[in-house]
Design a protein around this ligand. Sequence first.
Ligand SMILES: [Zn+2]
Length: 282
Amino acid sequence: MKTLLSSVAVVTLLLLQAPQTLAQADVTRSVTEIAPDVYRLQNNFHYSMVVITTEGAVVTDPINADAAGWIKTEVAKLTDKPITHLIYSHSHGDHASGGAVLAENATVITQANAPNLIDGVKPTLRFDDTHEFVQGDKTFELTWLGPGHGEDLIAVVVRPANVAFITDAAAPKRLPWRNMGGANIDNWIDQVRKIESLDFEIFAPAHGNVGVKADATDARIYMEQLKTSVLAGLKEGKSIDDLKKDITMSDYKDWSNYESWLPLNIEGMASFLESSGQVTAN
Ligand SMILES: [Zn+2]
């Protein structure tokens, strides 16, 4: 009887633990120091940035509630000082959810167009075009990128490391996301131009691999070439299927998501060009 009870107990314990173990195994997480005191924290396909200053930690996007709890734990390993600032790159839910645990005693910074509450967190400092602050031995330069991908997207440049944390507008050697989500792609290209106008060396994206400033220019040229090709094809009366066959963008075949997202990029660009009146629909 005692053996039976023990077996039941063990089985119950395994059943209770199994989902949690599986859930943890599904999440890929890493912490990488990309410049002195500047860390990239990975949660699957999303990255946040944490900067350790002499007065505490400055944290960017919480990603989601689980990730934010983990980020808080990792920050405590890097400094015994508090999180002084939580900076939202923008308010899209896949980057900006679950911030409450990081916001507790922090200045919460967003661009002025962000909602009043971001997943329950109330921003305490909003800015229109730029905002700069010094925290301990680091300087943070925040710049609104204008409308395009979202209305409240900003870049965060950290000095003296000269790292730029850039979310969604561009990423080194990586195609834009799927069909670009119905955005005004001309505005989006202007956002990338704004990134190019900033002074930085290391390009720390919220998706994909770390790069350099020149990667922003390459990302903009990709979008411009895609636009030129799709526009020309539509003006010749080609169908979307023909465009997908004809437009190979082969210079970019080594970029992330080339195979899977190029057809979607073409669809998104065609849809934008038609909806914005740059070409009439077939
Ligand atoms: Zn976004």
